[in-house]
Design a protein around this ligand. Sequence first.
Ligand code: SUG
Length: 440
Amino acid sequence: MKSYEVNFDGLVGPTHHFGGLSPGNIASQEHRLHTSYPRQAALEGLKKMKQLVDLGIPQAVLPPHARPDISFLREHAFTGTDAKVIEQALKTRADLLSIAYSASAMWAANTATVSPSADTRDRRVQITPANLISTTHRQLESAFTTKLLRTIFADPTHFCVHNPLPNDSKFADEGAANHSRFCHSHNAPGLEMFVYGRNGSELLPQKFPARQTRASGERIASQHGLLHDRTLFVQQNPAAIDAGVFHNDVIAVANEHVLLCHEHAYFNQSQIMKQLSEKFSELHLIEVAATDLSIEDAVQTYLFNSQLVTLPQGTMMLLCPIECAEHEQVRLVLDRILSDGGPITEVKYVDVRQSMQNGGGPACLRLRVVLTEDELEAIHQPVILTGDLFERLTGWIKKHYREELTIESLGDPQLLAEGHEALNEVSQILELGPIYPFQN
Ligand code: SUG
């Protein structure tokens, strides 16, 4: 049966701002407390989705989470009405207010790890929502994410949405950003590669946190029912984490039989690549040398966070952040990739600058879900992006989103009301029912 790789993108929420909340994510740190442009951010993300739809690639949307997370603020001893809680938090703990208001669920690559039915023992699509416990603001996502995924992938004959892994640092999990799948074509069984930054005793980064553990990858592979010889566990290069590679998808991207990565992405890389090609003989490896592009430049431009997609006609295209077009070395690397006669035959660019300034490129904004025709029919249909839905969501963003936000404006109690109004409407557009806590 035919399969499709469907990109589920997070719609950027109305409270997108720069909180400086992610240590080890250089862009997040550099843009801390800058003025943000939520309307622009959401329109950029939506336009990227439309660009892919226009190329014939199936696309779906995940709605924003309800923010601020008032219960998080109440857990920190702020009391009174919601307006009072927000006002007090701004005065005394603006850092907590920023966490409660974070729109970080937009980076859907961290939503979950997904194993297509071709890989799993029970032949269902297996999904584990990420617990995201490595950062406080992102940890707030997992409960709603689980509920949302169970609404979209509700049919138990085709889908199984697990609970997130336990709330234990040993099982820190950042979802598909650290998961790659290699296959002959999307409908064929694949080799699933789980990338981790720490494993108890092994070498650790010195400066920045390693967010993902090996134990979480192993647990996911086991609960998804993957075959042992079709999984691989690979350690990130600790030096790359220290240079700002907080997720594997900042330094590598895979699609079908192709892996595009930096030569310093992994610990013991030559051995890993040998193992990978033994387990998956069709591997086409495109390794970018440090002499052609430093890790620092890779992190700055997010070349490896491009979306590598198979077009309906069977050729592969790289959808790069616009920053790549503005960087000479990256342009040379891309020219070489195109001229070497390999599987990537086209490069296009997309402007997602607002997301990039928080460390999220094109690939961070999407969760890849491989679905057979029957499975695609079984998901909640109103989240699939059509021309009509694109128009409706564009209108919705223009109606509800503020042009700009600062940390001080998070203290405006009106922002909460505006957010609720916006999300109430989007839940109707996407026919999700009263999915948000404030709707009950
Ligand atoms: O988890 N940034 C996100 C970026 C996630 C990128 N995703 C992937 N690489 N797949 C993060 O660090 C910044 C929020 C702030 O600082 O306001 C933030 O959460």
